[in-house]
Design a protein around this ligand. Structure first.
Ligand SMILES: [Zn+2]
Length: 303
């Protein structure tokens, strides 16, 4: 099927970001709504976001969901901070709008967007890491999004980098996971320990920018932990490119990424050690909705 436009919807814990996206990843119209807290209200708001953008030129709808998605059944296993667990999400949306519906994890969607229309355009093997309040990630292998057997995608934030280390965030029962060490939340905790209860990740980055040696060392240490994860990902996925995005990742880049890269190259074996380049994401907060648009186009092209 052809189809020149799709609606991409990025469902976040606080906001629903939706947009009409072209096949080049250009966002031609946008709409934003607050994320409500009950399942019934959430579907009302999602429907309204789609309706706001729906025209005859729209051929498919894609959703980026903050949690694992079963691509085979179109169900969502659980979604962080949003009330849509255990629903036949894809079937419900297909029925509601009479259009093909694509579904993906939001971190996968962001990785697809950077690969198709952002920092990783033209590369076949990419690892994307989004450092915000959590750590999301997505992988492109051999010019295709890697989604595993159920299509739930990869959970790059939940690899162990410290045996029996810090407890993980949210519902995760694991310890020593990458996510516990390298997010804005981890940076805020470290900042408060060093600078008192009023400090947070923003202040930590500002202090580092102003030349504070303690702040710079805290961020470099976060970077070294990130590098442990990146080195392992390099050994597993052999990426040509590691793309770093997310609010915290972008703000703290200068203080986190050099030490991350140093450790990544120490841990990675050849040829990954020399090949993998580390670059900034380009699409910012629009990555999720653009990626959801690409996921929508995927359903048309697979048909
Ligand atoms: Zn975890």
């Amino acid at each position: 099927m052809s189809g020149t436009h799709a609606i991409g919807v990025d469902l976040g814990g606080t906001k629903i970001l939706a947009g009409v996206v072209t096949r080049d990843g250009e966002v031609v119209r946008r709409h934003e709504r607050a994320t409500p807290h009950t399942q019934e209200a959430l579907f009302v708001e999602l429907d309204a976001a789609v309706e706001e953008l729906l025209t005859d030129e729209v051929a498919a709808i894609g959703f980026g969901i903050p949690g694992p998605v079963n691509q085979l059944t179109g169900q969502i296993f659980e979604a962080v901070n949003t009330p849509i667990a255990d629903t036949d999400f894809r079937g419900r949306m297909r029925g509601r709008f009479g259009l093909p519906v694509g579904l993906d994890n939001d971190a996968n969607a962001a990785a697809i967007a950077e690969w198709k229309a952002g920092a990783a355009r033209g590369y076949d093997d990419v690892v994307m890491l989004t450092l915000g309040t959590g750590l999301g990630g997505g992988v492109i292998i051999g010019g295709k999004p890697f989604r595993g057997s159920t299509g739930a995608g990869v959970e790059l934030g939940h690899v162990v980098i410290v045996h029996d280390g810090r407890p993980c965030q949210g519902q995760c029962t694991g310890r020593g996971h990458l996510e516990a060490y390298v997010t804005g939340v981890a940076a805020t905790a470290a900042a408060q320990e060093a600078f008192g209860p009023a400090a947070d990740a923003h202040r930590l980055v500002r202090l580092a920018n102003e030349g504070d040696a303690t702040a710079r060392e805290i961020l470099a240490d976060i970077g070294r932990h990130l590098g442990s994860g990146m080195g392992s990902f390099a050994n597993i996925f052999e990426p040509q490119l590691v793309v770093i995005g997310g609010g915290f990742g972008m703000a703290a880049w200068e203080w986190v990424i050099p030490s991350a890269e140093e450790i990544m190259r120490r841990e990675a074996l050849r040829p990954m050690r020399d090949e993998a380049k580390v670059v900034r994401a380009e699409l910012g907060t629009a990555a999720g909705l653009i990626g959801a648009g690409f996921v929508a186009f995927e359903t048309l092209d697979a048909a």
